[in-house]
Ligand binder design. Structure first.
Ligand code: FAD
Length: 365
């Protein structure tokens, strides 16, 4: 039996879903998207990401990140061409941020007793003399940083190897994906990984989707460990982070987490504050020369696909012969949850296949 699957979206969510689905020979997978790896566009979050692993979910919702870490670790150890390297991460906390009303950057990464301390290697609390000025406490663990340009292209290559076919398409309605399979047959499963596109895409129109705007500065300067702080005194929507990408991908300085802000142009005042905070937190980044010591590759803005009630991963029956499996709304954790979410997509697809009477007992052998 053959399953005709069309994946809408070629960001990290769509590509990882396509990759895991294409591991079953019974699945004939086509990826359709407006933007593909190689593009830089405000409607395409994935290339802008750091991207590292700083767990953000509560323990209750930690499945996606928990299940992604082992695969990212394996790729880092065994698949250098994927463009991922290990980096230590240092998380600095301020008590006043945790206590601030309406504080939305509190992500569980700043917890003083985080669930991830038994998942990510080498976790330890920092001693007081290791905490940067203006912060109350901190922790350190081993994480990874992904060169998104290399990694997204690597995902495309892995999909092509498995027979996935890619097409540039702008969808006005998710139901149109049904007729877009390279097989020429109508799709019986559509995977919706259109992220922020799901706000306006006909047949989805999820009005709980909005951007969490991320302004960044990409510099040539190298620095490790990676750094993230729980807040700044500049603005409630501004944060500080530094992460050096693998394989010469530059170092990302962040940033902002501004929910509901669609502005695609970098704000020069914010850019200045990002650079100032970065060299204050890590003077070695610019060899002690302040922001004049930074070598800027580009200023950028990406829109994280934020969803009010969190990620949507579920099946929706379109008609008697077709289902949509949604996988969108990953906000700021699309990479670090990518394998966990794509694995759930495969589970949902397999449930559909079983309902159709398919025997899956030979899968995975
Ligand atoms: P996208 O990458 O936005 O892809 C959406 C796809 O859908 C695109 O191919 C688009 O063309 C397509 N599409 C949309 N609408 C249509 C349509 N109508 N027709 C056809 N195609 C359509 N995450 C981490 O895990 N770690 C990090 O360190 C991290 N850092 C970040 C830093 C920044 C600056 C930013 C901006 C984000 C960061 N993120 C990070 C978040 C991460 O980038 C996102 O969660 C992730 O990229 C979302 O991927 P996606 O595939 O769901 O969406």
């Amino acid at each position: 039996m053959v399953n005709v699957i069309v994946v809408a979206g070629a960001g990290v969510s769509g590509l990882t879903s396509a990759l895991l689905l294409s591991r079953s020979k019974a699945n004939k997978v086509t990826v359709v998207a407006k933007h593909m790896p190689g593009d830089y566009d405000i409607e395409y979050a994935s290339p802008w990401a750091g991207a590292n692993v700083l767990p953000m979910a509560s323990e209750e919702n930690s499945r996606w990140e928990r299940r992604t870490w082992p695969e990212l670790k394996r790729l880092t150890e065994e698949v250098p061409e994927a463009g991922i390297h290990f980096q230590k991460a240092r998380v600095y906390r301020r008590v006043k941020d945790a206590e601030a009303p309406g504080y939305h950057l509190s992500d569980y990464v700043f917890s003083t007793d985080p669930w991830y301390k038994t998942v990510l290697p080498d976790f330890r609390e920092l001693s007081q003399d290791e905490v940067i000025p203006g912060h109350d406490s901190g922790c350190e663990f081993t994480s990874v940083c992904i060169n998104t340009v290399v990694y997204l292209s690597w995902l495309v290559g892995q999909c092509l190897k498995n027979g996935v076919v890619f097409k540039r398409v702008v969808l006005t309605d998710i139901r149109d994906a049904k007729s877009l399979s390279h097989t020429g047959q109508p799709a019986n499963i559509i995977v919706n990984a259109t992220a922020l596109g799901s706000l306006k895409l006909g047949g989805v129109e999820d009005t709980t989707m909005t951007p969490a705007r991320a302004q960044i500065v990409l510099v040539r300067n190298e620095y490790h460990p990676m750094i993230v702080t729980s807040g700044t005194d500049d603005s409630a929507t501004e944060i500080t982070y530094i992460m050096q990408r693998a394989a010469g991908g530059g170092t990302i300085l962040g940033g902002t987490y501004d929910i509901g802000n669609w502005e695609s142009a970098p704000d020069p005042n914010i850019a200045l504050r990002i650079m100032k905070r970065a060299v204050e937190a890590a003077p070695g980044l610019a060899a002690g020369k302040g922001i004049e010591g930074l070598s800027v590759i580009r200023h950028g803005v990406g829109l994280r696909p934020w969803r009010k009630d969190g990620v949507r991963i579920e099946e929706e029956v379109l008609d008697g012969s077709t289902s949509i499996v949604h996988n969108y709304g990953h906000a700021g954790w699309g990479y670090q949850g990518s394998y966990g979410c794509a694995e759930r997509v495969v589970e949902l697809v397999n449930e559909i296949r079983k309902r159709k009477g398919e025997d899956l007992s030979g899968e995975g052998k």
